[in-house]
Design a protein. Sequence first.
Length: 258
Amino acid sequence: MPRSPGICVVCGISILSRGEIRHVNPGTSLYLVILRYTSVTALDLLNNSLICSSCRRKYERQSQCEASSVPAFRTTLTESQCFLCGNVNSRTRVRKEAIQQAWDTIAVVVPTGSRCCEEHLDPHTGLFSAETLRRIAGRATMETQAELSGLLSSMTITSFSFMKSLKANDYEVFFGVNNGQFNYILNILGPAGNKEDAAEALGMLLMYLRLENSQTVLASHFRTSQPTVSRNIAQVREAMETIFVPKYLGYSHISRER
């Protein structure tokens, strides 16, 4: 019998085929309805976002009926102590990019002005670490979207790109190559689509190889989902094997004279 590609996070039943796989995306009405009407938690969805077609249809219908009253989640605003662990020492103000990261990743509002310990943040990017996101998901409290509307409207957040946040010397730290070498490899692969997306995909593969981060950690860095990281790594690896390796590795790319 072929192995099941996954387990539905709602009903716990094995998904029979890859064609039936769907993911519950953070922040969507489907995501919030599942949190409200099932025993599934935000932490559960962070670990497994797979949902079967039957559960998806059921809760999508419910989300359409109750779009205005779907609950959202928030943390407590604290400036005198870390909002996560209560520590009063070594606190730093949470960056607006990290606030948006929490909303995009686990649909939790971290109020502007909140402070937390530096150890909860990635030292290079200032974003929440994967473990911190798990703790936030477990501690957030539920409120209706109407109650949060004022809070959300006050969040003046700009879009964040992990690749654009890198300084020149960061490339060797994260990818094991310098900025020029990274762009050289990117140009050899010759991405047909959006070059920024292609650069992120290449960055995911190189970080995966150099730092041995899990795909969940990479998803946190790049503010995307684990399935997206997995798909990008597979696509870039295939491109490297078919385009880069024959030209620059092995014996076939060099002449006898050289």
